[in-house]
Ligand binder design. Structure first.
Ligand code: GTP
Ligand code: MG
Length: 286
């Protein structure tokens, strides 16, 4: 199995900027993918962000298993280094009011400090950070419809640094998604890849689709059978390679002689999984 790595120069640069910017903000909003709250957490954040309150935002909750998200929220909220945790759907502006409430709550010590010094209250500044494609820019747009931070359905859309102010109360700093130089476990790389945090150009989609099928056969057999009109009984004990062929055949992805176009089947499976078409899944357990 080839090892997936993706740490282009702009991410190393973004990490350096983050280390500078944490000094001028009051807190960070760590935007995680609700499907993979652990795998999408950049271990570098421990060092970079710990000096200020950290709010955990599980975005894309519409794509994750609702019960698992509840468990994750409870677990995260109980962590001493965590100023709050909230699950949102930035695309549909759901959960955003609760996020605003938690930001303002985490800012209370700041406001108290300003008041004690007799200084005027200023907006709370938060840096929005996270892995590529977790929805940081979408979140900022959700908080301020007019801000229009550029978003896109591929990792690496935000490059430079962007401040966005909304209302009198909050200022947000959008940052580019950053990964880290080496993924500790292969499943972390796999999960980042299948949720769209890693550029499709750096991994073999066929190999990754087989690994995803391996996971789905263990965790989502019924959903898989339903989506591709496969016989549920026939799936038991079937190899990922065979199931990918079944999927290709079910979708008519055939070359001459009835041979399944596997590369296309792989791309289809990955795209449909990523967009929640197969079902709502949380791949990381607590
Ligand atoms: N289903 C779903 N999709 C979302 C949600 N939030 C964002 N997206 C989509 O995810 C993709 C990435 O969103 P961005 O806001 O560009 O992500 P980003 O974190 O700013 O990405 P980078 O700047 O590349 O790091 C876009 O296609 C969004 O429409 C959500 O809550 N649910
Ligand atoms: Mg962005």
């Amino acid at each position: 199995m080839t090892v997936i790595q993706w740490y282009p120069g702009h991410m190393a640069k973004a990490k350096r900027l983050m280390q500078e910017d944490i000094r001028i903000v009051d807190m960070s909003l760590v935007v995680l993918d609700a499907r993979i709250p652990r795998s999408s957490y950049n271990p570098d954040f421990d060092k970079i962000l710990h000096q200020k309150p950290m709010l955990m935002v599980l975005n894309k909750r519409d794509l994750a298993d609702a019960a698992a998200t509840k468990r994750w929220l409870a677990a995260l909220a109980g962590r001493p280094d965590c100023a709050g945790a909230v699950a949102i759907n930035a695309q549909q502006t759901q959960g955003v009011k609760e996020l605003e409430r938690q930001i303002m709550q985490a800012a209370q010590p700041l406001f108290a400090e300003l008041a004690a010094k007799g200084r005027r209250r200023r907006p709370v500044r938060a840096m929005v950070v996270g892995s590529p494609n977790t929805g940081k820019s979408t979140l900022i747009n959700a908080l301020l419809p007019k801000a229009a931070s550029k978003t896109g359905n591929k990792p690496g859309v935000t490059r430079g640094k962007q401040w966005v102010r909304f209302g009198e109360q909050i200022e947000l700093l959008d940052t580019p998604g950053v990964l880290w130089p080496k993924f500790e476990q292969p499943e972390v790389a796999l999960r980042l890849a299948v949720t769209g945090a890693i550029s499709e150009t750096v991994y073999d989609q066929y190999q990754v689709s087989l690994q995803l099928l391996d996971w789905l056969l263990a965790h989502g057999q019924a959903a898989l059978a339903e989506r591709y009109k496969l016989q549920p009984e026939a799936l038991a004990g079937r190899l990922p390679e065979q199931v990918l062929e079944d999927i290709g055949r079910a979708r008519g992805l055939l070359a001459g002689g009835g041979v399944v176009r596997l590369e296309e089947a792989a791309r289809l499976l990955l795209a449909e999984f990523r967009n929640g078409k197969i079902g709502r899944f949380t791949m990381d357990e607590i």
